[in-house]
Every structure is written in structure tokens, then in C-alpha cells.
Design a protein around this ligand. Structure first.
Ligand code: FES
Length: 114
């Protein structure tokens, strides 16, 4: 399911992207922020945010699977580290952008690049 932007709130450069309860542990969600699809993942209690598009051929990482501290692309199974966005299998030079994310006031907030 694609989440929707709920709107900017009191924290500069952060936007609310999802209710905290909408992302259980060890799950992923795709949200759309300023025309970008971003993968939110909560893994072992920690939140991560990465570009949803796989740099190989554009597979939707949010439709993939979580494995250890990484996400596996559903198309050709390249694996990306949730913390760094770096490929840990597939092409070692590839990377997806990562974003700062936090929980505050019951919402998940994403920091947009300036
Ligand atoms: S599109 Fe992701 S590994 Fe090919």
C-alpha cells in the first residue's frame, strides 16, 4: 500500500509520512513524498528509509523481503543494507539513497534532502 504525505509539521525539513502504528516491527511500507517513492522499514525495532527503486532495473524494494539488516529486491535478488543503502550482493558499486527518519508524537517523520 502506498502511504500518503500527511503534511509538514513543527520540525523543519521533516515531514510526517505515516502513523507510527502503521509500520510494525519487521515490516516495510512504501510512502510517496514529493513525487518520490520511499521505502520505510522497521527492522529489529529500528526505522530505516531508502529510495524504493532498485538501481539495477527499478524493482520496487518495498515489495521485496527483509533479510538480516538488509532488503532483498524482488526482481533479481540484489541485497541492500538498510543503514547505508549499499549493495551487499549484486553490483558492489551500487547504492540506494538513505534518509534520516524518526518517530515523534506518534508519527514517523522523514527528513527530506535540501
Ligand atoms: S531490479 Fe533489483 S536486482 Fe534487478
Amino acid at each position: 500500500m502506498i502511504g500518503r504525505l500527511l503534511g509538514p509539521e513543527p520540525f523543519p525539513s521533516y515531514v510526517v509520512v505515516l502513523d507510527e502504528t502503521a509500520l510494525p516491527d519487521n515490516c516495510m511500507e512504501i510512502v510517496e513524498v514529493q513525487e518520490r517513492k520511499i521505502l520505510l522499514a522497521r527492522r529489529f525495532g529500528k526505522l530505516y528509509a531508502l529510495d524504493n527503486a532498485c538501481p539495477h532495473l527499478g524493482g520496487s524494494l518495498g515489495r521485496g523481503t527483509l533479510k538480516d539488516n538488509a532488503v532483498v529486491c524482488p526482481l533479481h535478488h540484489w541485497i541492500f543494507d538498510l543503514s547505508t543503502g549499499k549493495a551487499v550482493s549484486g553490483s558492489a558499486d551500487e547504492k540506494v539513497a538513505v534518509y534520516e527518519v524518526k518517530v515523534e508524537a506518534g508519527k514517523i517523520w522523514l527528513k527530506l534532502p535540501s
